[in-house]
Write a protein that binds this ligand. Structure first.
Ligand code: ATP
Ligand code: MG
Length: 342
């Protein structure tokens, strides 16, 4: 079986983009692949964070994985900082990666602008930590949203460079890292902000009205969709470059009704003649109905914190076994002196 690894940062509430672009895919594929799902708390501190909230948000993110349908008897769920190899491999890879590879990262540029003078070295280094996450588990596939494509390319470049440098013929060594491929969903892969159809829906966006959180109440969802950005054109259509908001809202509608058999064509047929006033309530109801079972399950899961801790303890043990092994190979290849080994 192929192995997959993916994660979400515990920074604030998970939103529809995280779900449609990533988690929904994880759930669908967990029978087919050997899966590792990580709450990437070390990534979460690359932006200024509130220490009083990190712990709780980590637990909540894990609970949302469970509520969304990740099954701990099939998949490994763990918290990144519980497996020490992530930080250690990051350091090793830091020393193998040219700085100008990181300088090209679009997400860094976008996020650095927002953080202004406070931007930390960690934000710059974020893609290397992500590379370590993936490479430690010898993942074949990484299910992520479109926004992570560039980081995944970088991961492949780093893996190749490390293998070339330390595991070449002269060193007579098997490759340490496997080349991971992106598993990117096409429909709903990139959910855009409710307030701007050209920028992605994001946890870290300041305005909460820009996103639909998985735990938003029906009233909140209704209000957000009511206030979301639209345009003055008549009727609704897909893929008109002049109407990014329209495409985004239809995409969301399709993504939440797909399970009931909707297709791009059937959605167009249903809504082409509608104006915004008619479409918004339809969209609202579909989103609310889609999130209702996840929210119900979430409340159940959160009632039993001990159970969550049990799952994360087991997850950390299982993840650590694999990650430590890869880390050991990487250190050997780089020539570190390890005690007790010739
Ligand atoms: P932040 O703004 O703090 O970076 P985020 O909303 O981008 O938060 P992440 O934790 O960085 O969330 O990403 C988790 C997963 O969700 C990744 O696989 C990412 O590709 C996916 N994802 C994030 N935003 C979107 C989006 N708007 N559409 C589709 N997928 C998304
Ligand atoms: Mg992100």
């Amino acid at each position: 079986r192929k192995r997959v690894l993916s994660g979400v940062q515990p920074t604030g509430s998970l939103h529809l983009g995280n779900y449609l672009g990533a988690i929904r895919q994880w759930v669908k594929n967990q029978d087919e692949y050997e899966s590792f799902f990580c709450v990437v708390d070390l990534h979460a501190i690359t932006a200024p964070h509130d220490p009083k909230r990190l712990r709780q948000e980590t637990i909540e993110a894990a609970a949302l994985y469970l509520a969304a349908g990740i099954d701990p008897s099939k998949s490994t769920i763990f918290v990144q900082s519980h497996v020490l190899a992530h930080t250690e491999l990051t350091w090793l890879l830091n020393c193998v990666t040219p700085m100008n590879w990181l300088e090209r990262m679009i997400q860094f540029k976008e996020k650095a602008i927002k953080q202004g003078e406070n931007v930390g070295v960690g934000l710059f280094d974020y893609p290397i930590l992500m590379a370590a996450d993936i490479l430690l588990y010898q993942a074949d596939l990484v299910p992520v949203g479109e926004d992570q494509r560039q980081h995944l390319e970088l991961t492949r470049d780093i893996a190749r460079r490390f293998n070339d440098q330390f595991c070449n013929k002269k060193a007579k060594r098997r490759k340490v890292f496997r080349d991971p491929a992106a598993l990117i969903v096409t429909e709903g892969a990139r959910v855009m902000s409710l307030l701007d159809g050209t920028s992605k829906m994001s946890k870290s966006a300041e305005n909460d009205g820009s996103r639909i959180n998985l735990l938003d109440s029906p009233d909140t969802i209704r209000a957000k969709i009511k206030r979301c950005k639209t345009d003055a054109s008549l009727g609704l259509e897909w893929d008109n470059p002049a109407r990014p908001e329209c495409t985004n809202l239809l995409n969301i509608y399709l993504a939440v009704t797909e399970g009931a058999g909707a297709t791009k064509e059937s959605v167009l047929e249903e809504v082409a003649g509608m104006n915004w006033g008619a479409f918004k309530p339809v969209l609202t109801e579909a989103v609310v109905a889609h999130l209702e079972p996840i929210q119900r399950k979430y409340r159940q899961v959160m009632e039993d914190p001990e159970h969550i801790e049990q799952i994360l303890t087991q997850g950390a043990t299982d993840a650590d076994a694999i990650a430590s092994q890869t880390l050991g190979w990487a250190k050997d290849a780089m020539g570190f002196y390890s005690l007790g080994r010739k």
